[in-house]
Ligand binder design. Structure first.
Ligand SMILES: Nc1ncnc2c1ncn2[C@@H]1O[C@H](COP(=O)(O)OP(=O)(O)O)[C@@H](O)[C@H]1O
Ligand SMILES: [Mg+2]
Length: 382
């Protein structure tokens, strides 16, 4: 990965407003893998407008956030703070600031990576970057997601339980956003940190994938990328990534499967008992007792057909073997289409045995489920 130097950034932002529209293919253009049949039948609900972003002045964001007042603080990660702000024209924004205490250069690089990655994506299920500011520190400016993150809504005991319709909308929207990142935008983007605190919610509960600090661009001709240090969030790490640092679309598919289980069950990926959600759900899924997965706080108020589709999608996504995991286009088919070809997803017996062998017990660490990890230096961030 190339490191974007501050000087290059300054040159880049010498233009007051820069459009990255030319990098975004039109909705009708040929996208992704042309041999991918399933891909063609699934439209990528891409928003028609092209992304434009601007360079904000420090004064503008300082005024918008009431001088970065603690009352405006809406989120805090390992190396960044996020503040709510209101621009002079009334537009609500989120300002992500690299914390001053963050001396780790790699974290600064991740922050800059986020500009490069998110700056050219444009989809209704991916958080829009409005711009950035490089005076007095590093700041990214996003559209404000007024409902917060899926994690904050799902696990807040002071809020009523999230209804099934909303859960289903979040599951399908997130799958569409991820499908777009893998296939729909010109660069192939692997997010690497799909989890409920990185899926934000707009006013109408439309999900938006955010936090591209760990994201990677993969050249289309590469089958995968080997990465060290291994970073991501415990409970969401695919075995081939955890064991060998192998990253490709299937890494995100695995994390998406865990996310689906979280949305269906209302359980955290790693709970107080240190049992991963994956390990809890696997026997239930294997026995086809899908109704036992559902969040009891829903008191039975869910659509059985939708549950079966989401649960089947989750069970395929969390398969230990990446080649037996579906692509996001196929995940969407399983989640949305009337007829699901279950035969298509049957694994040979010896593969099934291999799956059983994978207990993931060796992945049981005492980590806060909301924290990203780096196995290289064991630092944590959300
Ligand atoms: N655009 C936004 N609108 C509303 N809240 C946001 C927005 N961006 C981030 N947040 C809040 O801040 C938290 C941390 O943001 P994130 O980008 O994930 O930072 P980090 O890289 O530190 O994890 C999120 O979980 C969310 O609660
Ligand atoms: Mg985050």
């Amino acid at each position: 990965m190339k490191y974007i130097r501050t000087n290059s950034l300054k040159r880049l932002f010498s233009l007051k407003r820069r459009s990255f529209g030319e990098e975004v293919p039109s909705p009708n253009s040929s996208l992704g893998d042309e041999n991918d049949e399933s891909f063609k039948i699934l439209p990528l609900t891409e928003s028609p407008q092209r992304p434009t972003w601007k360079c904000f002045s420090f004064e503008e964001i300082f005024d918008a956030t009431n001088g970065f007042s603690s009352e405006n603080l809406v989120g805090k990660g390992g190396y960044a703070e996020v503040y709510k702000g209101t621009l002079k024209d009334g537009e609500e924004i989120a300002v992500k600031r690299l914390t001053k205490t963050s001396t780790d250069e790699r974290k600064g690089m991740e922050f800059l990576t986020e500009i490069g990655t998110i700056g050219h994506v444009c989809h209704s299920n991916v958080l829009s970057l409005l711009g950035c500011c490089i005076d007095n520190g590093l700041y990214l400016i996003f559209e404000f997601s007024s409902r917060g993150s899926v994690a904050s809504v799902l696990h807040d005991e002071n809020l009523p339980p999230m209804d099934w319709k909303t859960r289903h909308k979040i599951a399908v929207g997130t799958a569409r956003g991820l499908h777009y990142l893998h296939k729909g935008c010109q660069r192939r983007i692997i997010h690497r940190d799909i989890k409920s605190s990185n899926i934000l919610l707009a006013a109408d509960f439309e999900p938006q994938i955010s936090d591209f600090g760990l994201a990677k661009w993969l050249p289309s001709q590469w089958t995968h990328h080997s990465i060290a240090p291994i970073e991501g969030t415990f409970g969401h790490l695919a075995p081939e990534y955890y064991m060998n640092g192998i990253v490709d679309e299937k890494t995100d598919v695995f994390a998406f499967g865990v996310f689906l289980l979280e949305v269906i069950s209302g359980r955290k990926p790693v709970d107080g008992s240190h049992q991963s959600l994956h390990n809890w759900a696997k026997p239930i899924l294997n026995q086809g007792e899908m109704e036992n997965l559902v969040d009891p706080t829903l008191e039975g108020a869910y659509d059985v057909t939708q549950l079966k589709r989401l649960a089947l999608a989750a069970s395929l996504c969390i398969r230990a073997s990446p080649i037996w995991r579906p692509k996001m286009s196929e995940v969407l088919q399983v989640m949305e289409e009337d007829e699901v070809d279950t035969e298509r997803w049957k694994m040979p017996e010896e593969e099934e045995e291999h799956e059983e062998f994978w207990g993931f017990e060796d992945l049981e660490y005492e980590y806060d489920s909301s924290s990203s990890i780096s196995l290289h230096d064991s630092t944590g961030s959300s």
